[in-house]
Design a protein around this ligand. Structure first.
Ligand code: ATP
Length: 375
C-alpha cells in the first residue's frame, strides 16, 4: 500500500507554474529521488510535502491522512537541508535534542534517543562541540541525527550532500543509503545530480519544467528512457544523438544520416513505432566500442574515426570524435585507448540503439528491452 501519495498536485507562484499535474505514490520504506535541472520544481514539491509551501491544487496524503491543512510539525516528517541549518550557539547534543524539547518529550527519553542516534552516526565523541568546531561531514551527520531522533514517518532531504567535497559526498552517499536501509524510513530526496539519483533511489522521478518526465527504477530509466530529455539527462557522459531518416529496403530497416547508413537489427527494426520518416538515433558512449566479436559479426557497423580528445579515467577512458558533423563520445576500456589524433575503427552497437521522435521527442521503440540484469 502507498504510504505517501501526491495526487494531481499543482503549484503556481503568480503566473509561474512551478509544478503541474504531479502524481506519485510512494511505498512504505521506499527511497524516492526527485531529480532534474535547476528550476524544474523539485524543491517546491518537497516543500509542499513538508507543509512549508501551500498547494495550489491537489491532495497530499501521509500514512492515509490528508495533510493539506496540517502544519509541518504535525505531519510526522523530518527535513534535512543543504545548509544543515544547525543552531551555531548550541552544541551538538542540544542541536539534536532541540526538536524533541519543543515537543515536550521527557528528558530521559531525549537523552536515550540522542545518544542512540549519535552512536549510530559515529558522532558520540562530538556531542559537546559547537557546529563551528566540526568538519562539513560531521555537521551533515549532526543534521541527520537531528532528523533521526524525531523518529519521523518520512524523511525529506533537499540536496543534503551538495556542500561536501567530492570524496566526502561519495562516502556520505553510501552512509545515507545504509542508514535508510537500516531505519526503513520512507524517504523523499531531492538532487540535481543524476549520479546521486542513480546510486541512491529505489525509484527516481525525473522532472523538467515542473512536469514529471518519467518515474522508474535507476536501471529502468537508463535502459528505457521515455523521451530524449531523460535519455540525455541519465547517464554520464550523456547519450550520443544522430539525426536519421528511415528507409525500408527488402524488409530491412535502414537508418541514414549524413555520411552513414546503418541497417538496424531485425529485433529493433520490428519495434519501431512511427509513421514518420525521420527520427533521432541515440547510442550510449559504452555502446560505441572496439569489441572484436561485434566488428567481425557486423562489419557494416564499423566506421573509422579520428580520436580528437582522449580522457583516460583509469579502468576506462573517453574518446571524443566528430561523426556526421556531431561531437560524439565513446567509452572504451583503459587498456585500449588510442592517442589523440590517431585514427581508430569503432563499431556502433546498433543492438542497443534508441530512437526518438524528432518533434515530440518521445521514444519510438516499443519498450520490450530488458535491462542489463535481465529485468
Ligand atoms: P534548484 O535545483 O535550482 O533548487 P528546483 O528544481 O528545486 O531548482 P524550485 O526551487 O522548485 O526548483 O523552483 C521551481 C520554479 O518555481 C522556478 O521557476 C522558480 O523560479 C519558481 N519559484 C520557486 N519559488 C518561488 C517563489 N517563492 N516565488 C516565485 N517563484 C518561485
Amino acid at each position: 500500500m502507498s504510504f505517501v501519495i501526491l495526487k494531481d498536485i499543482w503549484k503556481k507562484f503568480g503566473q509561474v507554474i512551478a509544478v503541474r499535474e504531479f502524481n506519485l505514490e510512494i511505498k512504505e520504506g521506499e527511497f524516492i529521488v526527485l531529480v532534474g535541472p535547476s528550476g524544474c520544481g523539485k524543491t517546491t514539491t518537497l516543500r509542499m510535502v513538508a507543509g512549508l509551501e501551500d498547494i495550489t491544487q491537489g491532495e497530499i496524503y501521509i500514512g492515509n491522512r490528508l495533510v493539506n491543512d496540517l502544519a509541518p510539525k504535525d505531519r510526522d516528517i523530518a527535513m534535512v537541508f543543504q545548509n544543515y541549518a544547525l543552531y551555531p550557539h548550541m552544541n551538538v547534543y542540544d542541536n539534536m535534542a532541540f526538536g524533541l524539547k519543543m515537543k515536550k518529550v521527557p528528558k530521559e527519553e531525549i537523552k536515550k534517543r540522542v545518544e542512540e542516534a549519535a552512536k549510530f552516526l559515529g558522532i558520540e565523541h562530538l556531542l559537546a562541540r559547537k557546529p563551528k568546531e566540526l568538519s562539513g561531514g560531521q555537521r551533515q551527520r549532526v543534521a541527520l541525527g537531528r532528523a533521526i531522533v524525531r523518529e519521523p514517518k518520512v524523511f525529506l532531504m533537499d540536496e543534503p550532500l551538495s556542500n561536501l567535497d567530492a570524496k566526502l559526498r561519495v562516502q556520505m552517499r553510501s552512509e545515507l543509503i545504509k542508514l535508510q536501509q537500516k531505519l526503513g524510513v520512507t524517504t523523499l530526496y531531492v538532487t540535481h545530480d543524476q549520479v546521486e539519483a542513480m546510486t541512491m533511489g529505489h525509484r527516481i522521478v525525473v522532472m523538467k519544467d515542473g512536469i514529471i518526465q518519467q518515474i522508474d527504477t535507476p536501471l529502468g530509466l537508463y535502459e528505457r528512457p521515455a523521451n530524449l530529455f531523460v535519455a540525455s539527462f541519465i547517464g554520464s557522459p550523456p547519450m550520443n544523438f544522430l539525426n536519421v531518416s528511415f528507409e525500408k529496403e527488402g524488409g530491412e530497416l535502414k537508418v541514414k544520416g549524413r555520411g552513414f547508413t546503418f541497417t538496424l537489427p531485425q529485433e529493433i527494426g520490428e519495434r519501431v513505432e512511427t509513421e514518420r520518416k525521420e527520427a533521432i538515433l541515440g547510442l550510449r558512449p559504452e555502446d560505441i566500442t572496439i569489441d572484436a566479436k561485434l566488428i567481425q559479426s557486423h562489419p557494416e557497423w564499423v566506421y573509422k574515426i579520428r580520436a580528437e580528445v582522449v580522457e583516460p579515467l583509469g579502468g576506462e577512458g573517453l574518446v571524443y570524435f566528430t561523426f556526421s558533423d556531431r561531437q560524439m563520445v565513446a567509452k572504451l576500456s583503459g587498456s585500449h585507448l588510442p592517442k589523440a589524433g590517431e585514427d581508430i575503427a569503432l563499431v556502433f552497437n546498433l543492438k542497443r540503439a534508441y530512437l526518438f521522435d524528432k518533434e515530440s521527442e518521445k521514444a519510438i521503440l516499443k519498450p520490450q528491452r530488458k535491462d542489463r540484469n535481465g529485468n
